[in-house]
Design a protein around this ligand. Structure first.
Ligand code: PXP
Length: 239
């Protein structure tokens, strides 16, 4: 059975919409762990649109499970990771103009640079996971550059418009998972997973961890709204 890494970026998205102090992703991480999260995942983006440096430093102190830091393979982020020492790092592609991560990393074309980043991080005892499409060339390159893990990009599977297309994408993920394990890599997966499409990915043999964010935070907003309104009414009713 794979473990669940809860991505709390979008708690910070709500906070940054007002640049205030609530909701605090550090508090969200505590509650997620109490509910059974096996790990906490955050993406510190170059533009700091949601998670802030302060969040990652505090999470390093408070997370009791494991902390997965998603980041671009830049010198700035490598320096931050070496300072914070998360339990593992997931390297992701990053474009300023994108709404969210689009597609996996291109490893094969930049093998020396990736090998250098992986070596630096893993040399400091921070295992590295590479977020890639389930493409044989990228899997082979990921093994070559020495990363311990890959994270299979499940976005294409999640966005498939028909059952047939989704089954086809699931087969691609299954093949990728098998190939990666055969190449000595450990396999995580994530992006776009929801309450409706997660189970088939969780069932892939050898799958270790699923990193899931948007669907969980979306559901949290809805399942929490009755209690939140009731608590505000209780305050006003004191008049
Ligand atoms: N894995 C990676 C590498 C990601 O970049 C993201 C999004 O930040 C996720 C998992 C979580 O995706 P979602 O929010 O769609 O569940």
């Amino acid at each position: 059975m794979p473990t669940l890494g809860v991505n709390i970026d979008h708690v910070a998205t709500i906070r940054q919409a007002r640049r205030t102090v609530e909701p605090d992703p550090v508090g969200a991480a505590v509650l997620a762990e109490l509910a059974g999260a096996d790990g906490i995942t955050v993406h510190l983006r170059e533009d700091r649109r949601h998670i802030q440096d302060r969040d990652v430093y505090l999470l390093r102190e408070t997370v009791r499970t494991h902390l997965n830091l998603e980041m671009a393979a830049t010198d700035e982020m490598v320096a931050i990771a070496l300072d914070i020492k998360p339990d593992y790092v997931t390297l992701v592609p990053e474009k300023r103009e994108e709404v969210t991560t689009e597609g996996g990393l291109e490893i094969a074309a930049v093998l020396p640079r990736m090998t250098d980043v992986v070596t630096k991080l893993q040399g400091a005892n921070i295992p590295v996971s590479l977020f890639i499409d389930a493409d044989p060339a990228q899997i082979e390159a990921s093994a070559k550059c020495g990363a311990k893990f890959i994270e299979l990009h499940t976005g294409t599977y999640a966005e498939a418009k028909s059952e047939e297309a989704q089954a086809k994408e699931l087969a691609v993920l299954a093949d990728g998972c098998e190939r990666a394990i055969a190449a000595g890599l450990r396999v995580n997966a994530g992006h776009g997973l929801t309450y409706w499409n997660t189970l088939p990915v969780a069932q892939l043999p050898g799958m270790e961890e699923l990193n899931i964010g948007h669907t969980i935070i979306s559901r949290a907003v809805l399942v929490g709204i009755e209690r939140a309104v009731r608590e505000m009414k209780e305050i006003i009713n004191q008049v």
